[in-house]
Design a protein around this ligand. Structure first.
Ligand code: GDP
Ligand code: MG
Length: 162
């Protein structure tokens, strides 16, 4: 089964998107021996597409000095398990230095990367969406995980990879 890892810094909307894609069909990776609760896996539905999706969590409660290292390890682990990564940024806040760190990790991984500019509903998001082009990871897909916008665009970019 094609597997997509949703990655990005805390609070960009990874879990909101995961929940939208998976609905109630959630399997906690937690239940499997040897796998930590920092990664959640579920079966996604997006239009007619079916795939496995991984949510990276557990960064939110990290202390300052361990955040960078944990972020890197967790993101690399998720991407290693996946066929492609969906890198989410927050279109309302624009690109932050932490986003640049994630972009670097992903470039080094050499896996296909889709760039999602989340929270893209409304005019507040326009500048952030434009900034996302500057990451050098291709054209951002404007998404609103909360409102379900951009899902057809996401499907269109995913379809050829699956
Ligand atoms: P995560 O830390 O990346 O998993 O982010 P969450 O999914 O927990 O979301 C962080 C916050 O952003 C929550 O308050 C969500 O309700 C909010 N959020 C998520 N998606 C959207 C969106 O599309 N638009 C807006 N405006 N808020 C969103
Ligand atoms: Mg989360």
């Amino acid at each position: 089964m094609f597997t997509l890892a949703i990655v990005g810094r805390p609070n960009v909307g990874k879990s909101t998107l995961f929940n939208r894609l998976v609905g109630k069909r959630l399997a906690l990776v937690d239940d499997q021996p040897g796998v930590t609760r920092d990664l959640r896996e579920g079966q996604a539905r997006l239009g007619d597409l079916r795939f496995t999706v991984i949510d990276t969590a557990g960064l939110e409660e990290a202390t300052d000095d361990s955040l960078q290292g944990r972020m890197r390890r967790l993101t690399e682990r998720a991407v290693d398990m996946a066929d492609a990564a969906l890198f989410l940024i927050d279109a309302r806040t624009g690109i932050t230095p932490t986003d640049e760190v994630f972009a670097d990790i992903l470039r080094r991984k050499g896996r296909p990367v889709l760039l999602g500019a989340n929270k893209a509903e409304g005019v507040k998001a326009e500048a952030g969406l434009l900034e996302a082009y500057g990451l050098g990871l291709g054209d951002p897909i404007g998404l609103s995980a909360e409102h379900g916008e951009g899902m057809a665009d996401l499907a269109a970019v995913l379809r050829p990879l699956i």
